[in-house]
Design a protein around this ligand. Structure first.
Ligand SMILES: Cc1cc2nc3c(=O)[nH]c(=O)nc-3n(C[C@H](O)[C@H](O)[C@H](O)COP(=O)(O)OP(=O)(O)OC[C@H]3O[C@@H](n4cnc5c(N)ncnc54)[C@H](O)[C@@H]3O)c2cc1C
Length: 327
């Protein structure tokens, strides 16, 4: 059996983008080792048949649906352990994020399985899956090969891209689970941004990131105006230097000690491109940097570099985008 099991988080009728990436990755890799990708969902009446079936569009062939508390790790561990016991999945794959880390670690302990975290790439080798993760500040790649019946792969957030496939609707299988006593001890009181602010940078398609080159907290308005001009799924992000200076909330920090993102466009304004920042945004599809120093390291990994003063360039860009949209 070479099937891959994933967990899909949902909220108010929407499936989490990071989880959909895990389903896509699970489906692609499972097909290379002769298996299928299946998903576990846990929740209440909002988990409609249609919502579950829609995971077929990302490559899931079966969706195991359990009634229980959504968004908490331990109940999901109970459900996944039961599904794996009964169906013999060879791998459990998660899209990263705090919940994925917690569930993956809990499942590893429960099933005595090997686990690799912060994975950026998974490949098939001799009929088995191999996980790769960066180590030593992303300067080297460590390769994990799994022994035993189950391997657990936890991606770096947004490492796996959600890709629609031509699959039909997934089969929905209801699972009855007797939750462990400890799994029902916690209840969801409130959902919100885990690091204390209401900034959604992980889900944004366009990020305008500001660094110390903005000069002060008030100047973040230049970045906010540009993000607003882009509209749609755009947000403002920040470097640690400015977060530490209190110019912008920690929830928006990108990098080693912040969040990892992979938007379609990452526009870095007044950011030097330190390695600790780079590790959080280097997977972005397009990187555009504005910096007054032509020798700034960020230009080494930018697709487009603009050498100049952001105080002049950002307002002009904002006006140009507004004009383009109005035309
Ligand atoms: C253990 C550890 C963990 C870390 N974790 C993180 C992390 O998660 N995220 C993170 O970001 N950093 C992190 N750092 C800090 C990191 O090393 C850098 O110090 C930080 O990223 C620098 O932020 P910056 O680019 O905003 O500032 P700076 O390095 O000061 O760069 C400012 C840039 O703005 C340019 N500039 C100035 N004025 C203008 C202007 N008017 N127009 C255009 N350009 C201008 C300058 O030329 C310069 O390149 C960490 C450090 C350590 C030691």
């Amino acid at each position: 059996m070479a099937d891959v099991l994933t967990y899909v988080l949902h909220y108010e009728g929407e499936l989490n983008k990071n989880s959909l990436g895990a389903v896509s990755e699970g489906a692609a890799r499972a097909s290379e080792i002769g298996g299928e990708c299946h998903a576990v969902v846990v929740g209440g009446e909002d988990l409609s048949d249609d919502l579950c079936r829609s995971l077929g569009a990302y490559g899931a062939r079966k969706v195991f649906r359990a009634r229980g508390p959504e968004g908490l790790a331990q109940p999901v561990v109970d459900v996944m352990a039961k599904v794996i016991d009964e169906h013999g999945h060879a791998y459990a794959l998660f899209g990263g994020g705090l919940l994925g880390f917690e569930i993956g670690a809990g499942l590893a302990a429960r099933k005595h399985a090997g686990v690799t975290m912060e994975v950026i790439s998974v490949r098939a080798e001799d009929g088995r899956l191999v996980a790769e993760r960066p180590i030593l500040q992303d300067s080297q790649i460590s390769v994990s090969r799994y022994q035993g019946d189950l391997g657990i792969i936890i991606g770096r957030i947004n490492a796996f891209e959600a890709r629609a496939v031509n699959g039909g609707p997934a089969e929905v299988v209801d699972v009855d689970v007797e939750y462990s006593p400890w799994s029902t001890q916690a209840e969801m009181v409130q959902r919100g941004e885990q690091r204390g602010a209401d900034v959604d940078i992980e889900g944004a398609d366009i990020l305008v990131a500001g660094g110390r080159g903005l000069g002060n907290a008030e100047n973040f308005k230049l970045a906010q105006d540009l993000a607003a001009a882009f509209g749609g799924s755009s947000a403002v992000a920040a470097t640690r230097a400015v977060v530490d200076a209190g110019w912008y909330p920690y929830a928006a920090q990108i990098g080693q000690t912040g969040k990892t993102v992979a938007p379609k466009l990452y526009l870095a304004a007044g950011i030097s491109g330190a390695i600790q920042h780079k590790v959080g945004m280097q997977s972005s599809e397009n990187i555009v940097a504005i910096n007054k120093d032509a020798g700034a390291p960020i230009f080494e990994f930018s697709d487009l570099g603009i050498v100049g003063d952001l105080n002049k360039i950002l307002p002009k860009l904002t006006e140009a985008i507004k004009a383009k949209k109005a035309s």
